[in-house]
Design a protein around this ligand. Structure first.
Ligand code: NAP
Length: 650
């Protein structure tokens, strides 16, 4: 996959150009055309994106508006081709604001422009690259950063450190990079944030085959990133981090690793342990990397094949088999339709039905015309990303915000949330015509109180099949031949698949992390993980987390955006240490505690904070330890640079 490709010259005939506009949406199309050609007249006021029509078909554009916008774009591109195809100079400030306001459908909020410029990365400019270099800053000081995990967080961290000239090493327990996109290879696995936005701003590609690409494509993207940014030599695959211990004397972290396969460097044999000393440690292991098996009586007595979705057994042929699936979360929703097509019969055990959010293009290929635009208009991929981002920044957040004047109930948390419930219920009525099934699948809690599952129509189709049975009775036990439920029924099964999620609450497990004065991280947390900005924890100097506590987003944005913010903050923290000749930074308790109050207050006004429905967003104490409740912009603002006053500096 080519990252940041050079655009191809426009030399096609008029018909090809006009045909290539046929599926494009006006905001990114006209912004990209205006920027390329310098013809700002295409930014017609009647074609500005209207954010209030976000959820309407075609984002509220009428057929006439779409046709008009596409004709304007084609005419401008034909004139551009005929006049020599010389790109207009880079937009000045006023033009940039005009373009952004057109594409995002409103005035740029105060302080928002620098973020949007970073996200746009026009002309491939990486505005998030550190503006300092270790060689100039601290030429005589050796400073090594250890990164745990080569998934999407660890890779961008490594890239930022590389840009700043800081030495680093990445450990990953897997045989290759990609993290969750390496591990989850179950059939149907795909991203559910549009991949043109679920990607690094500094590494865009025209090669996404679909709007929501499948796991192999996502893995290829991250592997390409590691290759094209030269990160591979610093990555030690098949290397699991066991313990990390801080030395108060040396002000360093000692990292003990164990080879769990053939090390990529070819040096370690399985089981071999090594210890390395680093000056700062970044945990980039994420929240969803340790599969969770359910605690069900007799689970080990089942005689047939049984596996978790993250450990998919591809050797199994489902033909002629009675398959049982436990769980109906985002993973199960993706593999159930595929297993249903192959198995003799399928029984799905549902504990809590998810809210399905219809996404008509969820499984669609990027149309030919859009691919042409991505290849020929240098900025189309960037404006497309901008448009997606503007729709998701606050996007659906208001729909999940609790209205304090709304009478609390199980249906909804506000009038807007109730409206969403009604819209989604209409979808359920269409997709589940059988009244018995409809009652089983319709959630009885407010939308967005737990993870919403994107649906291109395949899950309802599967659940409607006559050879698929949905059971809502609770599971009481598992025996050699199947699953028993509370109604006394034994469900015979040849194969059991667990789509039962991950140990999201148990951040950084099973690693043993010991900080200043021998403090154990897991003992400090006691099952209630907290951090400042999701990144630093008092008593753990120079330990930084990515996708740590309260950095998950529910309905707005992309988690990659958060990783980018975290990588920036951590790189700037290294800068603070080097520039001031500090050995270590330790988050102050009062700063940490005050921040967590602010986070808890935010989450307590969101649907997922007030509802008591089961969800992995809450820990055993019922506290939302996973989610960030505010806007994307706010997290960006808070992670611009470390405030020295927030830390004890050694
Ligand atoms: P999940 O959302 O935690 O779902 C686990 C499912 O298993 C739930 O239906 C849960 O029921 C059920 N379950 C757990 N223990 C059970 C038990 N003892 N008995 C019966 N049912 C049980 O896990 P996931 O589907 O793997 O998804 C985890 C997260 O990964 C997602 O929320 C998402 O953030 C991410 N993900 C993303 C994508 C994507 O981008 N497309 C795909 C997959 C996953 P309850 O609901 O009652 O707890």
């Amino acid at each position: 996959m080519r990252l940041n490709p050079i655009a191809e010259k426009i030399s096609d005939n008029d018909d090809v150009i006009r045909a290539s506009m046929s599926e494009a949406m006006p905001p990114p199309l006209l912004a990209a055309v205006a920027q390329l050609t310098g013809d700002l007249s295409v930014l017609r006021s009647d074609l500005v994106f209207d954010q209030t029509k976000l959820l309407e078909p075609n984002a509220g554009y009428t057929d006439e508006q779409l046709a008009h916008a596409r004709a304007l774009a084609a005419d401008a591109l034909i004139r551009f081709r005929d006049s020599g195809a010389t790109a207009a100079p880079a937009p000045d400030h006023a033009t940039l604001v005009q373009l952004i306001e057109f594409a995002t459908g409103g005035p740029v909020p105060e302080g928002f422009l620098p973020l949007l410029e970073e996200e746009l990365a026009l002309d491939g400019q990486d505005l998030r690259a550190p503006k300092w270099n270790r060689a100039a800053l601290a030429p005589d000081r050796r400073f090594v950063v250890g990164i745990i995990g080569a998934g999407m967080s660890g890779l961008i961290m490594a890239h930022r450190l590389r840009q700043a000239g800081v030495e680093f090493v990445i450990f990953d327990k897997n045989a290759d990079v990609g993290g969750t996109w390496f591990e989850n290879v179950y059939p149907g696995c795909r991203v559910d944030i549009p991949n043109h936005f679920y990607s690094y701003a500094c590494a865009q590609t025209a090669d996404w085959p679909q709007f929501y690409s499948t796991q192999p494509v996502l893995h290829e993207y991250f592997a390409s990133f590691a290759d094209q940014f030269g990160l591979r030599p610093n990555i030690r695959c098949d290397t699991e981090v066991m313990d990390c211990v801080w030395s108060d004397d040396d002000q360093t972290w000692s990292v003990r690793t164990r080879a769990c396969g053939q090390d990529s460097a070819g040096q370690d044999s399985p089981g071999q342990e090594s210890t390395i000393t680093v000056h700062a440690l970044v945990s980039a292991v994420g929240q969803l990397n340790r599969p969770k098996m359910p605690d069900i009586v007799g689970i080990d007595t089942f005689v047939g094949p049984a596996f978790h979705s993250a450990y998919w057994d591809h050797s199994i042929d489902f033909a002629g088999q009675r398959v049982a699936v436990v769980g109906t979360g985002a993973s199960a929703a993706q593999f159930i339709p595929i297993v249903a097509e192959q198995a003799e019969s399928l029984t799905v055990f549902q504990r809590t039905p998810p809210w399905l959010l219809p996404v008509p293009n969820y499984q669609d290929d990027v149309p030919h015309g859009n691919r042409w635009l991505l290849r020929h208009l240098p900025a189309y991929m960037r404006w497309d990303r901008m448009w997606i981002m503007s729709r998701t920044n606050t996007g659906l957040l208001p729909l999940a915000t609790v209205d304090p004047d709304w009478v609390p109930n199980d249906r909804s948390v506000s009038a807007a949330n109730d409206f969403l419930r009604e819209m989604l219920t209409m979808y359920y009525q269409v997709m589940f015509p059988d009244p018995e099934l409809f009652v089983k699948v319709l959630p009885t809690y407010p939308p967005i109180a737990k993870r919403v599952v994107l649906d291109g129509g395949t899950l309802p189709l599967a659940l409607n099949r006559s050879d698929v049975h949905l059971t809502i009775e609770s599971i009481t036990s598992i025996d050699a031949t199947g699953i028993n439920t509370a109604d006394g029924v034994h469900h015979d099964a040849d194969i059991i698949i667990y789509g039962t999620g991950f140990e999201a609450t148990n951040f950084l497990t099973p690693m043993n992390i010991v900080g200043a004065q021998g403090t154990d991280l897991h003992e400090r947390w006691g099952g209630d993980a907290r951090a400042y900005l999701g990144i630093t924890v008092p008593e753990f100097p120079n330990l930084f987390m990515m996708y740590g506590p309260n950095t998950n987003i529910v309905i707005n944005g992309s988690i990659i955006y958060f990783s980018e913010c975290e990588a920036h903050y951590i790189a700037e923290s290294v800068h603070m240490l080097l520039a001031n000749n500090h050995a270590a930074m330790n988050c102050r308790d009062d700063v940490h505690d005050q921040y967590n109050e602010y986070i808890d207050a935010g989450n307590s006004s969101m649907a997922w904070g007030v509802s008591d429905v089961n969800s992995w967003y809450k820990n055993e104490f019922g506290r939302v330890a996973q989610n960030w409740p505010y806007s994307l912009h706010e997290y960006w603002q808070q992670t611009r640079s470390p405030n020295p006053n927030d830390y004890e500096l050694t």
